[in-house]
Every structure is written in C-alpha cells, then in structure tokens.
Design a protein around this ligand. Sequence first.
Ligand code: HEM
Length: 401
Amino acid sequence: MTTLTRLPADYVQNPHEVHDLLRAEGPVREVILPHGLKAWLVTRYDEAKIALTDPRVSKNVQTGGHLMAKHSTQTHVRREIEPTLSVHMLNMDPPDHTRLRKLVTKAFTARRIELMRPRVQEIAAELIAKLNDGDEVDLLEAFAFPLPITVICELLGIPIDNRDDFREWSNQLLTFGTPEQVKAAAGAMAGFLFQHVTAIAEAEPNDTFFSALVHADDSGDRLSTEELISMAFLLLVAGHETTVNLIGNAVLSLLKNPEQLQILKDRPELIPASTEEFLRLEGPVNVATFRYTLEPVELGGVTVPADEILMVSLIAANRDPQRYENAGQLDVTRSAQGHVAFGHGIHFCLGAPLARLEFDVALTQLLARFPNLALAAEPETLGWRDSTLIRGLHTLPVRLA
Ligand code: HEM
C-alpha cells in the first residue's frame, strides 16, 4: 500500500529533492501535483524502464485526455490540445505508432543527419561571431535557442522569420497557461502548419527532409495532411524545446562545477562523450513523461490499478543511486551510458542523433571562443520554467570572456 502524497508547490523548481525523498521510500508513489492532478510517480531507474516498455501501459492521447479529466481537480490541467496537432506518434500505441514511426524514419536517416554537421557548425559560428568579450547576455536567447530552432526550421523548410511566433506558441502549449492561451496558440500553430504542409505537397518533390516526409511512401501508405501537420508540430517542438535546454542546463552545471569545466577546456575531445552525462544529470525534458495504465501493473512490488496516470520521471530515474554512483554529481569523465533522458522503448527519441550533434557543436564552439565565461547572476536566483514536460531555465545570464 502507498500513501497519497501532495507534492510541494515548488516541485518543478526543486524536483530532485522531492525525487530523492520519494525514491528512497519506494519505486512508485501516488501523488497529487501542485496543479491538482492525481498520478503515480515512478522515480526508480529499473521500474521506469519497465513502465516505458509494458504493453499494458499506453501513450494514447484519447485515453490520456479521459484520465486527465478523471484525475484532475482543476480544469486548467486538462489540456485541450488542438486535434490537428495531436495525431502524432508520441501520442499513439502500436500499431498506429509503428506505422507513423516507420514512415518518418524513412526520411530521418542517420546519413541525412550527419550531412548536416557542416551546416550546424556554420550556424553556431555565425551566432558566436555576433557575441563579444565582456558582453553580458542571456545565453539561451543569444545562442542556445537560435541554434536548434534554425536547424529544425531549415529541416522542415520553414522560414526562419517565423521562429519567434513558434517560440511563443510552443511556450504556451508546454507550460501551464490558461485554457484560452493554449487554445489560441494551438489554433495559430495548426493554421500556419496547414498552409506549410499544403504548399510542400503541391510543390515538386525535392531532396529536403520535409519534402521527403510529405512524399514518403511505404508500399502505398502515405501520411495524411492531418498526420503531416501533427508530425511537423512534434518535430518543431521536440526539435527546439529540448536542445536549447540541454545546452542551457549543461552550461549552468559546468559554471557551478569549475573543476569539471576545466577538464573539458583541457580536453575538448571529451565533449562528445560528456553529452551523455549532461543528459543524465539534468536532462532537458520530462521531469516526468505521462503514461496511462490499461490494466493493473505491478512496479517494484506496488500495484498500480487500471485507468491511472503514470508519471515516469526520467530525471529521477537518471539520478537513481542504485544505477549511478554519486548520481547527483556532475562527472564529465564517467560513462553515463544507459541513461533514459531520450526515453526508452518504442518512443525512444527519434531526434537523438541530431540533438547529440547540435550539443557537441554548440559546447565545443562556445568553450573554444569563450573559455572564461561566467555566470552573471547568483545560481539561486535562476528560475525553472513551470512545466513537467520540460526542464529548462527562464534565462541564463552569463558574462562572456
Ligand atoms: C521522443 C528527449 C531532441 C524528436 C522523445 C522522448 C524523449 C525525448 C524523452 C520520449 C518521450 C516519451 O517516451 O514520452 C529528447 C531530448 C532531446 C531531444 C532530451 C534533446 C536533447 C529531439 C530532436 C528531435 C526530436 C532534436 C527532432 C528533430 C522526437 C520525436 C519523438 C521524440 C519525433 C517521438 C518518438 C516516438 O514517439 O516514437 N524525445 N529529444 N527530439 N523526440 Fe526527442
């Protein structure tokens, strides 16, 4: 038996403290979130992996909508996302998930990603060239955000002039905005993407990623317009809300641990492998990812009944002391393989190779050009965005040198 625990109002600001306490007591705990949702929070590594692969645990968006309404006490946690944006693979179980993932994988090949390296390097270099020694900037605004949003917009063939609109819409959709704000942002995003998808579908096929996706054909099976809009939405949001925070969270961790920063400055060749440690320690998404039990499921001796919401905390699993020694500490030389920051099972992040490439390029260029960059604010004053989906700072003020 577990007891129902009310998570503190500042849970999203200090999730690690809460997770450490709960994890020490058991693998799963029934909780009430500050916004009024009742769910089962999974904090241990082994049980998180089981929950992410058990076929009795669903990611279906309709089931989710129904259970969110059933288990929440406040209306604003019931996220009525525009249906046109919801028919994407991260909201589906097999066989629908299998079908969509197969079609998109055809266009999102490892070769296509690796071919992007010179362009990613060029974009990063252009951004860095605009910055000067002695400047005080918000690193998210000046560097960490424009890099991945430019890359994903180019992949999807979307004009970069629209990027501020996307950032605004995406922020409204991922954080706890009012239902009116969420609806307006979703409507605007869906409208824009409809026009974009239609234009690409009517144009001659070419060698770009999004054209390949629009025209992807698996033995006669094609993506419908609605599926393409949802897919573009998923790629756009997943493609920038994540990497921006991986860069931001990693730089903050390094500036708080100067001896670790020194290691990477002395041995930049360690940067690609250290990516896994930054993902493990302060993964940029999914304070918890939501799942729904279709039948009773036993996790580490705790039976979660059917029709319940599971919150599988990837950032808690990644700090499980049973899995990683000194789990709460940054160690850029450790092997952090096996972390679940990109998820686990059938929904494992499709964009992982691109995210790793972007992070490697970003950190390498940043440390080479500004080896003495420093925080321009007390770490305690930096706030985290109000979301259980993303783990990212509002701003990251730094002094460049
Ligand atoms: C799925 C993390 C970057 C596209 C996921 C999931 C995680 C994740 C945890 C699984 C969610 C779940 O099971 O609930 C990350 C992190 C990133 C990143 C940490 C960067 C550091 C990207 C990028 C793209 C992308 C750059 C695309 C360009 C996707 C897609 C899925 C996904 C399409 C859904 C896959 C499916 O449902 O089969 N990502 N992601 N991600 N990610 Fe990423």
